[in-house]
Design a protein around this ligand. Structure first.
Ligand SMILES: C[S@@+](CC[C@H](N)C(=O)[O-])C[C@H]1O[C@@H](n2cnc3c(N)ncnc32)[C@H](O)[C@@H]1O
Length: 252
């Protein structure tokens, strides 16, 4: 059976690629690079191939279908986009023989649709393949390392979530995909924020939200204006070292 490799390649620092990922790149006959804005991230993936492929694979750029970000029904809009993406990937896999690879930003398990789209393509039943997932260093890991902090307090937990889902009920959390600076609603929490982590443009800010929210918003807006895009994430701590609530009659 044909193999498709889903390779996590780290979230910005070109040195944060694993030996397993390098070996996987070298198993590929064809590498698909999804042409998705911003251009810099496509270039970064190509640079990884140039640097690590001993026997350069065929590199094929796949056009990413446009996504309707203004659609009121978020889930339906994402499903429609995934379907159109599956059309493009199915045609590409059908047109290129051998071991194929998709390079994924960060880790494929974290807010990335590559695995789901490949599942969709396989479910259609027109192509027969198996896929392997090679983990990568995620932006959540890179962020914690740059701030020199652990994700969770001793014995505590941490939620990985999006800006949209952040609520007063959320405990300690790693927040990604937040275009609206949702942390500003939590002035008493502690934030460890990072943009373009691991790259030359990296910006890190940490402190009590009420003290640093203005600085983060300003530096974020400046960077976005300068580069045309911004990629940021943060760890938000409640600071009350809440433990997991005990269930009545249990956990004693
Ligand atoms: C579609 S998700 C992909 C996450 C990726 N799979 C990972 O493992 O990091 C994109 C989000 O990841 C975060 N992100 C990715 N790379 C980043 C970086 N170098 N610095 C800060 N945040 C990053 C941002 O929150 C961005 O909105």
């Amino acid at each position: 059976v044909r193999t498709v490799l889903v390779i996590g390649v780290g979230a910005g620092d070109p040195d944060q690629i694993t030996i397993q990922a390098i070996k996987a790149i070298n198993r590929a006959d064809v590498v698909f690079v999804v042409d998705k804005a911003p251009e810099e991230l496509v270039t970064a993936r190509r640079a990884i191939i140039d640097r690590w492929a001993e026997r350069p694979p065929k590199v094929v750029t796949l056009e990413d279908p446009p996504r309707d970000r203004a659609a009121p029904a978020y889930r339906e809009a994402v499903e429609d986009w995934r379907r159109r993406r599956a059309d493009v990937w199915e045609a590409a896999l059908g047109a290129h023989d051998g071991t194929a690879a998709f390079l994924v930003w960060g880790d494929p398990a974290l807010y990335d649709s590559t695995i789901a789209v490949l599942d969709d393509v396989r479910a259609r039943g027109n192509l027969c393949f198996d896929h392997e997932v090679i983990p990568g260093i995620s932006s959540a890991q890179a962020l914690a390392a740059r701030h020199r902090i652990p994700w969770a307090a001793v014995g505590g937990g941490v939620e990985i979530t999006t800006g949209r889902r952040l609520s007063p009920d959320t405990g300690d959390a790693i927040v990604m995909l937040d275009a609206r600076c949702a942390f500003t609603a939590f002035p008493d929490r502690e934030i460890f924020w990072g943009a373009y982590v691991g790259t030359e443009d990296e910006i890190l800010v940490a402190g009590r939200v009420r003290d640093v929210a203005g600085e983060i918003a300003r530096r974020r807006a400046e960077a976005r204006d300068r580069k045309g895009w911004v990629m940021d994430a943060y760890l938000l701590r409640t600071g009350d070292s809440r433990e997991t609530p005990r269930r009545p009659g249990r956990d004693r």
